[in-house]
Design a protein around this ligand. Sequence first.
Ligand code: SF4
Length: 479
Amino acid sequence: MSTTRPASLPIAPAQPAAAGAARPSREGAASKPSTAFRESTYLKHLFGYEILGKPALRLQRWRDEQAIRAYEPKPTDVLSPPLVCVAQMKELMTRHYLEGRYASGVKKVAWVTSGAPAEILKAFGFFLVYPENHAALCGVRRKTEEIATEAENAGFSRDLCSYARTDLGTVLSGKTPVGRLPRPDLLLCCTNICQTVLYWYRNLADLFGVPLVLIDTPFLYGEAQPHQIEYVKRQIEGIIPVAEKVAGKALDEERFESVLQHARDAADLWLEVLNRSQNRPAPMTAFDGFIHMGPIVDLRGDAVTVEYYRRMLKELDARVAQGVGAVKDERYRVLWDNLPIWYRIGGFSKLLAQHGVNVVVSTYTYAWGELAPLIDPAKPLDSMAKVYLHPILNRSPADKLRVMRRMVKEFGLDGVILHSDRSCKPYSLGQIDERELLARELGLPALLLEADHSDPRAWADEQGNARLEAFVEMMEGRG
Ligand code: SF4
């Protein structure tokens, strides 16, 4: 993965972009911005984000909540109205990206992979950008093709993960549906999800000329061995001196502990949220889960995330108590494996609900909750080493199959949809065997659905919908 480095990048600068200015050094010792520049960035942040942005978003949330509450269901609706809390989720995520627009020069910025031990940077006060989440947002807004093409035109192969192509396309062109992404002062990449991120982040480090911290995680074929935990722990410790240098301050141990406590509490609640769908009818769909996972990924370690999932749980409990299902006539319960197909979430949800199918659980959303018990704020580095060694993508396919078998029982499933994701090879590996094993051992209809999580060029609507309908017929045939 390599390309020609452009003379300048259209991403928001971290310091005055004087003509011909030298790029920050690899050690992160950026030259000091002038007082005038500092004042103007603080003022923009104050007006654009604090004074105008935040209240406007709060008002929009109130309007959205009113609209959801006032919605009169129609007899033709196959889905229940959305959860009211979705309005707050929208506010949180929009606010996060709005803060990002004004973050450069006000806060230090780090770009991190979704499976990176980012809590440590949060404790330093870094503003965190998750390029994978941004790319997913581009997928939902149907911007992937346009933005990824920018990276492809610069020489990045279309065989690369569409998240990487979207991110690099944004960096090279400045195109993004969120207005602007802040330029990173530091990059943190962990290989516990795939090797693509390694080359992707090396390219980012080259393009931005900022320090890159790499955390290498050994693949787990069984239990994590003490030497493997120690190996990861030492690398996480290694983040501290680099972050101290970039942030210009020492790690606040107390804040670190509190960030981890919030991360633990939010992950516990997220797991409870997902497990509420063990009820019949399930109060939410896995498609709702894909949308509501934004805060647990991007705002992990924040108090507001804990408060948000507490509220969501309350709303789900009220639905369970009243016997309200997300799919009005839930007759079949299905598991989704792999990433969602971001640009088809709404369409799939409706199409399946028309046939009484609720996709009640997914291996993907579980990945941000199942490791909650491993987070121990009293042992920050040890527990982080364990947590970040164990994501589903860093464990053997046999382990994933074990998780799916358990879900079949706990959620009372009638079928399985395995999204064979053209982009995410590590997640898709082994799915043909998984489909056969699930069908043979448990007698479940299992569909392998070929697509790409955010690049619509790998999806054919007519063919895909026909396969989904055939899958539903198989479940109907079982009675
Ligand atoms: S290949 Fe898969 S794990 Fe890696 S960045 Fe892409 S979607 Fe994420």
